[in-house]
Design a protein around this ligand. Structure first.
Ligand SMILES: *Cc1c(COP(=O)(O)O)cnc(C)c1O
Length: 393
């Protein structure tokens, strides 16, 4: 695959596994096993069965009529918000728990920002009766309190990360530390297409079900498998990678990844990684990240916890560098307004992360027969208090 990972774990200049020596056995075991396990027919049957009967896949491809009228093209929403637990994260969590079981692991750890990945992980651990520990930044625990309660109700232990900005990057550091201390019995379920190889490729494969279904659904609805535009928001980049995956080789499809500009790309309070970042190493892979002159990671900012991350996955860094996909950004204000518009035009309250992708429609111009797919990565229930505060409802 032209845009896929090579045997050394790289996408062009990006990727690899930059890890402390003490993590080497864990990552090497995964690297040797993951492709074999996930291509096993028995694995595939169980994975597909759970996606169908437990998650509720295929997720619908909804022709958004009032949006189509407003923007003057055929707009389709890929409804990952309708999945069990409310976002695309469950696609990956199910894949990784089945893999962990086949590797004989007895304990699961995870990091979470918005709490969606933590909830998805706690859910699949309950489903399989496996011990679950989730690391979450103290700040995120406050702004996503309902998800903390959900994880606890599902039987997971939630441990606050109290260093740095007390957000996703710090929770990831804590989870890595736990894994180093528990190398034999523990599997670390990373929630996005980030981390050392093989994680970016493994997570992308689990999320690729999104574009796999979309091609078939588009063919049925429009007579063609290929849209003119595909849009998705990018934190680490897993819903975007899943949405892009099966369109990568079709050059006619314009891929648009929407980052969080926060209060503005030049405000000092932003998470617009490709605009502000440079090449470097973050959380085990070579990628693009926000850093100071001397290589310290810059604290990111976004109103949406799921996009509040200083890097992007290595495959995104590659797609950005070779210009296969376009990387743009949207501010907090633009996203919240788009969330309100989607609620009132389509009756769908989107996650604030998703609202970033929707907001970019305002900046595009379409031809009347363009087909456009937007990945609705999650539902807005978890964000109601943020919306309420902003709009003064
Ligand atoms: C976690 C999350 C995101 C961001 O993560 P990606 O890995 O970039 O997809 C986006 N939308 C929702 C609803 C999320 O929960």
């Amino acid at each position: 695959m032209k845009y896929g990972v090579n045997e050394q774990g790289y996408y062009g200049d990006f990727g690899g596994a930059y890890i402390p020596e003490m993590l080497y056995p864990n990552v090497e075991e995964l690297r040797q096993q993951y492709a074999k396990v996930i291509n096993d027919p028995d694995f595939k049957a169980e994975y597909d069965g759970l996606l169908r009967d437990y998650v509720g896949r295929p997720s619908p491809l909804y022709h958004a009529k009032r949006y189509s009228e407003k923007y003057g093209a055929n707009l389709f929403f890929k409804r990952e918000d309708l999945n069990h637990t409310g976002s695309h994260k469950i696609n990956n969590a199910i894949g990784q728990i089945l893999l962990a079981i086949r590797l004989g692991k007895k304990r699961i750890i995870a990091e979470t920002g918005a709490g969606q990945h933590g909830v998805a992980t706690a859910t699949v651990c309950a489903l399989k009766g496996i011990e679950c520990v989730v690391y979450m930044g103290e700040v995120d625990m406050e702004r996503q309190a309902p998800n903390v309660s959900r994880m606890k109700m599902l039987g997971a232990k939630v441990i606050p990360a109290t260093s740095g900005s007390k957000t996703l990057k710090d929770a990831t550091n804590e989870a890595m530390r736990d894994w180093i201390n528990n190398p034999v019995d523990t599997h670390y379920i990373i929630g996005s297409v980030v981390g050392p190889y093989p994680y970016p490729d493994m997570v992308a494969q689990f999320q690729s079900v999104i574009s796999f279904e979309t091609r078939k659904q588009l063919l049925q609805k429009t007579g063609s498998e290929l849209p003119q535009y595909v849009l998705a928001c990018v934190g680490g980049g897993s819903n975007a990678m899943g949405m892009f995956y099966h369109f990568l080789d079709d050059q006619a499809v314009n891929l648009i990844a929407v980052e969080a500009a926060g209060q503005g790309v030049n405000s000092g309070h932003s998470a617009a990684t490709t605009f502000l970042g440079r090449e470097g190493v973050l959380h085990g892979s070579r990628t693009i990240l926000m850093q100071t002159e001397d290589g310290q990671v810059v604290e990111p900012y976004s109103i949406s916890a799921g996009l509040d991350y200083p890097g992007i996955g290595p495959q995104h860094a590659h797609l950005y560098k070779i210009k296969r996909a376009q990387y743009v950004s949207i501010t907090d204000d633009e996203a919240l307004q788009a969330g309100l518009l989607c609620s009132q035009l389509e009756g769908i309250i989107p996650a604030i992360e998703t609202a970033h992708a929707l907001a970019y429609l305002e900046k595009m111009t379409f031809k009347a027969d363009d087909n456009v797919v937007i990945c609705i990565s999650g539902r807005g229930d978890k964000d109601l208090s943020t919306y309420i505060k902003y709009f003064n409802f």
